[in-house]
Design a protein around this ligand. Structure first.
Ligand code: PMM
Length: 287
């Protein structure tokens, strides 16, 4: 990858972000890493398996999820971030709250991953600007409890790109450094798994990479994969059977120039980004 984001590793290929959800209720790993010690151990395991960054989150964003209180979110993420950062792990914080982002950066987080792109908490862009850390601005149309009703598009690719670029203007106006902004199409967030929304965004990743901003893709274990892999009776494949499909999306996204992929299981994805990089290098200007 040619796009380097300050303060983060630049291994010359798409980065792998491993997920640690310190939540009791996340879609695919809720409860597994709710205990702080287990969460830290899991983060270290992800790095040993090849993760470049560990994304620590304390609030589930699965469709329909209720919000967690701010103090509870802080209680969940700060000790885990502190412990991982103390081990030298590059950590990002997955939060929509400015106060949580601020505490996370003070605890050692090097990137703020905001699934709302600054919409959920208007103070967020200012905090990120002051902290001078990279900022993932994800495409978002509303909180989890009703986001699926907002999954209505004429041209999903153009609308997601345009809405993201409006968010870029908004966060720039709050003082965020343009070189720190990472864009994310928000797969599964206000995207209908029964429609082509997620697939179209993957197919047209160039609409985002062409903006010049690094692009992060989070397809891991999402419902649109389970739906694609449904059994003959139409029952969606459970998330636990979607890791190979996640690896396939990683290969495609990395080959298309994604800067980072956010995944729950690292090994296959770490291999896929290397394959994609080899293809990109061999393809030269064609890829
Ligand atoms: N997806 C989830 C949580 N955080 N962050 C970014 N930037 N992009 C995503 O697609 C994304 C995210 C939901 O996934 P999980 O709750 O299953 O980990």
């Amino acid at each position: 990858m040619s796009v380097a984001v300050p303060t983060l590793p630049a291994p010359g290929r798409c980065l792998v972000m491993g997920v640690v959800n310190v939540t009791p209720d996340s879609f695919s790993d809720g409860g597994s890493w709710f205990d702080p010690e287990k969460a830290v151990r899991h983060g270290l395991d992800l790095v040993a398996e090849g993760a470049d960054i560990v994304d620590v989150g304390g609030e589930s964003t699965r469709p329909g999820a209720p919000r967690v209180e701010r103090d509870e979110e802080l209680r969940r993420v700060v000790p885990v971030i502190e412990a991982l950062a103390a081990e030298g792990v590059p950590v990002s914080v997955d939060t929509m709250r400015a106060e949580v982002a601020e505490a996370a950066v003070a605890a050692g987080a090097r990137l703020v991953n905001d699934v709302s792109g600054g919409l959920a908490d208007p103070a967020m862009p200012r905090v990120v600007a002051a902290a001078r850390v990279p900022y993932v601005v994800m495409h978002w149309r509303g909180h989890s409890h009703d986001m699926q009703s907002r999954a209505v598009y004429g041209d999903v690719v153009a609308e997601v790109r345009d809405e993201l670029l409006r968010r870029v203007d908004a966060v720039l106006a709050e003082g965020v450094d343009p070189s720190m902004i990472v864009l994310d199409p928000g797969l599964g967030f206000a995207k209908n798994p029964a429609e082509h929304h997620n697939w179209a965004l993957i197919a047209h990743l160039a609409a985002l990479t062409q903006t010049g901003h690094p692009v992060l893709v989070g397809a891991s274990r999402k419902r649109f994969l389970g739906r694609l892999l449904a059994g003959p009776d139409g029952t969606p494949r459970p998330f636990s059977g979607a890791d190979d499909a996640t690896v396939a999306v990683t290969a495609l996204a990395a080959a298309a120039g994604a800067w980072c992929v956010r995944v729950h299981r690292v090994p296959g994805n770490a291999d896929a980004v290397r394959v994609a990089q080899a293809v990109r290098e061999a393809g030269g200007a064609d890829v």
